[in-house]
Design a protein around this ligand. Structure first.
Ligand code: AP5
Ligand code: NA
Length: 347
């Protein structure tokens, strides 16, 4: 199994290109910034010193990050054929942007960044406390993304040429009009549009733009915490379990009713749930021995990457999900959302 049979540019993703600054820190570090061990938040003014402090005072590592970029890099790794995935997002004009550009290129992702010359490239602090990680994203330039970028003729051609579209819930904090544009294009051309719930704060604070795009979403991804946050924000019964939440998610209004929505919910080492209509299927996860686990950072993003690598080849959902689990299992054995060696996924 060498090259895939996916063509160049078949997949387009939009998101926040972030450079992760990752370091083990003591609990007091989090407490000092009013953060919890499993947070995923956006940086406020009071969090801004975190990045300098991490670099100056701790063993900080720089890793390519940003949820959608992570997923596309993993998809490319499995596909073994460059430029199947195209990425749009906004960076600054600085060394961090150069690092991201190089990491995307090396991974085979065809990144077309908008550049905001006066704003630094976005970063995400990954604060590691034992087996937990707390994320604090300073979007900076990533937040400057505008729809003009998608309207550039060359970029518009890339969007028209794609067959699959993937955008994170995280991008809802940046530019909903761009999301709606891509969603409408996908719908007009009868092509799948995939989204991710991304983090509980998206459902808590960005439900309005999320519900505006939901009718266009063919496949929605999420983990347990994100699904529960969505359910709470919708006012669904507090005792609704993940299966029930999945069924309600797929039943939300949909523009193209001929292609019913699918929900794919991950739950760590417990089985992945695939929800279609009122049917729930489980896909087991291979448990890793404690000594095999480096960190679970990026597991959810890698799951989506593995899924996409098969989905763009027209594979069945069960192959896609098994590849998602394969990819997540692999990156858990590596720091952050990174891989090593050649992919070894067999259908
Ligand atoms: P992070 O939250 O670390 O990554 P993630 O991909 O969301 O991974 P999690 O570890 O949180 O997994 P999950 O809970 O989603 O999935 P689950 O545990 O169900 O985020 C990292 C990135 O986010 C960073 O690079 C950062 O840049 C980016 N980011 C942060 N803020 C952002 C923003 N505002 N905008 C854009 N980007 C932003 O697991 C999924 C699958 O993994 C399972 O189905 C299974 O296959 C596997 N798995 C999980 N646990 C185990 C286990 N113990 N054993 C075996 N397999 C496992
Ligand atoms: Na990892």
């Amino acid at each position: 199994s060498n090259k895939s049979n996916a063509r160049e540019g078949i997949l387009v993703g939009c998101g926040n290109p972030l450079l992760d600054i990752s370091a083990p820190v003591p609990l007091q570090f989090l407490e000092g910034y009013g953060m919890n061990v499993d947070d995923a938040i956006l940086a406020e003014e009071r969090h801004m010193p975190i990045y300098r402090e991490l670099v100056d005072g701790y063993q900080a590592e720089y890793l390519a990050g940003g949820s959608v970029q992570n997923s596309l890099r993993i998809a490319q790794w499995i596909l073994r054929q460059p430029n199947v995935a195209v990425f749009f997002g906004c960076v600054g004009q600085d060394d961090y942007a150069d690092i991201l550009r190089e990491k995307a290129r090396a991974a085979g992702v065809d990144a077309h960044y908008q550049v905001s010359p006066d704003t630094p490239t976005g970063t995400c602090a990954v604060l590691i406390t034992g087996t937990h990680r707390s994320l604090c994203a300073n979007l900076a330039a990533a937040n400057k993304f505008t729809i003009d970028h998608l309207e550039q003729p060359a970029n518009k051609a890339l969007i028209d040429n794609a067959q699959y579209y993937y955008i994170s819930g995280f991008f809802l904090t940046v530019n909903p009009p761009s999301i709606m544009r891509v969603a409408a294009t996908a719908n007009a051309k009868q092509r799948p549009f995939l989204m991710n719930l991304s983090a509980p704060f998206i459902s808590q604070y960005f439900m309005e733009p999320l519900m505006a795009v939901m009718p266009y979403v063919d496949i929605i991804f999420g983990n347990e915490a994100e699904a529960h946050a969505f359910a709470t924000a919708q006012g669904w019964p507090a005792d609704a379990d993940l299966r029930e939440i999945g069924k309600r998610l797929v039943a939300l209004p949909k523009i193209n009713s001929e292609r019913p929505r699918i929900a794919i919910l991950t739950q760590g080492c417990d089985p992945v749930l695939l929800i279609q209509h009122d049917k729930v299927q489980e896909f087991p996860v291979t448990r890793l021995a404690v000594h095999e686990i480096v960190d679970t950072n990026g597991a959810g993003d890698a799951f989506v990457g593995g899924f996409l690598s098969q989905y763009v080849q027209g594979k069945s959902l069960d192959v896609c999900i098994r590849c998602g689990n394969y990819a997540a299992g692999h990156i858990i054995k590596n720091p952050g959302c990174t891989y090593s060696g050649e992919p070894e996924f067999n259908e």
